[in-house]
Write a protein that binds this ligand. Sequence first.
Ligand code: PLP
Length: 466
Amino acid sequence: MSDDTTQTNTAARMHSVTDETRGIVDLVLDYSRRRILADDTPLDHPSTEAELKRIAGATITEEGLGARRALGLFEHVFAPACITTDHPQYLSFIPSAPSKAAIAFDLVVSSSALYGGSWMEGAGAVHAENEVLDWLASEFGLPEGAGGVFVQGGTIGNLSALVAARDSARAARSERGLGDPEGGWAMVCSAEAHSSNKSAARVMDVDVIAVPGGDDGVLHADAVRAALEEHGDRVFAVVATGGSTNFGIVDDIAGIAALKDEFDFWLHIDGAYGLTAMLSPLGRPFFEGVERADSVIVDPHKWLFAPYDVCALIYRDPELARRAHTQHAEYLDTLTETDDWAPSDYSIQLTRRPRGLPMWFSLATYGVAAYRDAVTHSLELARQIAAEIERRPGLRLVRDPQLSVVVFERDGWERGDYDRWSAKLLEEQRAFVVPSSHAGRPNTRFAIVNPRTTFEHLTAILDSME
Ligand SMILES: Cc1ncc(COP(=O)(O)O)c(C=O)c1O
């Protein structure tokens, strides 16, 4: 008996509340508190694997290192080898800019062992997430009844939406006694659409009809019309981009949406980065037509101030998505035989943390107006710095910005010049701005989503190009 008890206690060492546990929790919360409240976290920079191995040594051992040493390694060796993506001078790719409330609440989500896949297990969490989805749907002009789920990121969001689109097209043909179209299914998107859409097509084994945008980078309705006329009922979906990653350019959503009057297709809006701009009166006019979408995505880890990693996937008619995605298994019968709302029914993933909760808490804490102000700040700053670039001799905008991505060239610079300049900026810990390119010519870009980024930060970077 006493042997059994001893064995049980040893087995439960990692799970019991003991002095050791209290020490670990204090260490971790103390670190998190310092990191969240620090105003001067450096940009940091990557290291080589050899260097990390040399400094840290083997960290996975039979006996364990103990929390103090493991956390020390993280704080002093591993964390400094990760770039601070929420730094105001991190302007590459699409940065992150989680609000303080959202970051703090992420800890609460982790501490609470919440399961967000079903109503039975996570009703309260799912309700709170759905409030955010409802709010987003109404901002986007989608009708009452629209709904969906928070998934890991835009890639999974696009794939899940397109799977639902194809399933719905297939069901419609089957009702008419038809099988799959001759030549197989195809989706239409801009040649400049995000790579995740092409990746979704590969996973689904469907063809991509990549339609070139205009010189302005916009996918125009007449080009989509031509593709629809040419490829007929093979096309189950048209993807319009609401803010391209390279340029922040919005496709002609209104024109493309109007084609739904003549052609039968599912309109998906990939707004992973840009759809957030609808929250601001400066961005909203670009998005006319979104209200006709069959599905949309937007990533709160991009411009909606949530920590990684989260995408809001919203369907106009969630029932179509439920039919495509619900997983059936004997052990799940008790969940699938009810009418309760189960987030797992709306995407390709089953088990999920309620990853929309950090955004819910932040939005509930600060209110919608704070979000509108923060988004407007980035849109204004992008316009200001674009004007400054045009004013400066030697610099040239590649395209006029629509949202908060500003792409520009320095006269006479080759790729190597951008590489050296960018490396120096990071080495001096002044900014993280990497080279990019368009139509074979090198350039660089500012992607502005952090409300702490200032005009002065950006002009100092321009100065460094002289
Ligand atoms: C327009 C667009 N769509 C989709 C994605 C993919 O999103 P994620 O990286 O969250 O999978 C991105 C990422 O930058 C994007 O900008």
